[in-house]
Design a protein around this ligand. Structure first.
Ligand SMILES: Nc1ncnc2c1ncn2[C@@H]1O[C@H](COP(=O)(O)OP(=O)(O)O)[C@@H](O)[C@H]1O
Ligand SMILES: [Mg+2]
Length: 216
């Protein structure tokens, strides 16, 4: 039985942690790994960061696993409705055939037997992700083009809270300064490592724009 916690957290730390978890694997494969967080969700929220992290790791893990060139990008932004947060995990990987895409969140569903032989896995990651997302009052879906890549979306309800340093134990985010970091430390190697970015609502001069953000 899945029970959700309610604790203060911020998406910035949550996403950076998920990125750090996946960075080595992505780097080994020569894939870019990037994130973008809308400043509108830079504040504190109350919810189950551990479970959201689990969903992110499942989706980013899949994206890295099924991508052999290009990269993976995560975007987090407010949803269409008040109190919603919308995540997108986009990859330039092998894609999912349309007849499998409709079943992708079913238990043990994998693209086909050759997928299991080649990539291993259980076919449960997406199922668990769906359960968690639905418990959070949200939904999850995917779009894909064979040979081009996939985008997994999920929307959750998330309660924004007015929390300062004392309550969360976290420094208050500076919403004016765009957060920017590169990994590995030396930037300028396209297609390797990851670029993290928390937009201030405008582009910083010289900030490299991820190429695979445009369409599938
Ligand atoms: N980003 C992706 N690109 C291509 N195929 C994917 C992607 N994510 C999921 N899939 C397909 O969906 C199946 C189910 O994913 P998942 O439930 O995480 O199981 P597992 O990763 O253990 O195989 C995968 O086996 C794969 O066929
Ligand atoms: Mg998986």
């Amino acid at each position: 039985m899945l029970i959700l916690e309610k604790k203060p957290f911020r998406f910035l730390e949550l996403i950076k942690k998920a990125m750090d978890t996946m960075a080595i694997e992505a780097h080994k494969k020569g894939l870019s790994l990037e994130y973008e967080i809308d400043p509108a969700i830079a504040g504190s929220f109350s919810g189950d960061a551990f479970r959201i992290n689990q969903v992110l790791i499942n989706l980013i893990g899949n994206a890295v696993k099924f991508t052999h060139q290009g990269g993976v990008a995560l975007k987090a932004m407010p949803g269409d409705q008040e109190g919603q947060v919308h995540f997108m995990v986009k990859d330039t990987g092998i894609g999912i055939p349309p007849d499998r895409l409709v079943k992708i969140f079913d238990p043990f569903a994998q693209a086909d037997m050759s997928t299991t032989r080649k990539y291993g896995g259980t076919g449960l990651g997406t199922t668990i992700s769906k359960q968690i997302v639905e418990l959070m009052g949200g939904r999850i879906w995917a779009e894909s083009k064979m040979g081009k890549g996939s985008v997994f979306h999920f929307i959750i309800r998330a309660d924004q809270i007015k929390a300062d340093k004392v309550e969360t134990g976290l420094p208050v985010p500076d919403q004016k300064t765009p957060h920017f970091q590169t990994w590995p430390p030396s930037p300028g190697t396209p297609g390797r490592g990851y670029r993290g970015q928390c937009h201030s609502g405008q582009n910083t001069p010289g900030t490299p724009r991820p190429s695979h953000h445009d369409g599938l």
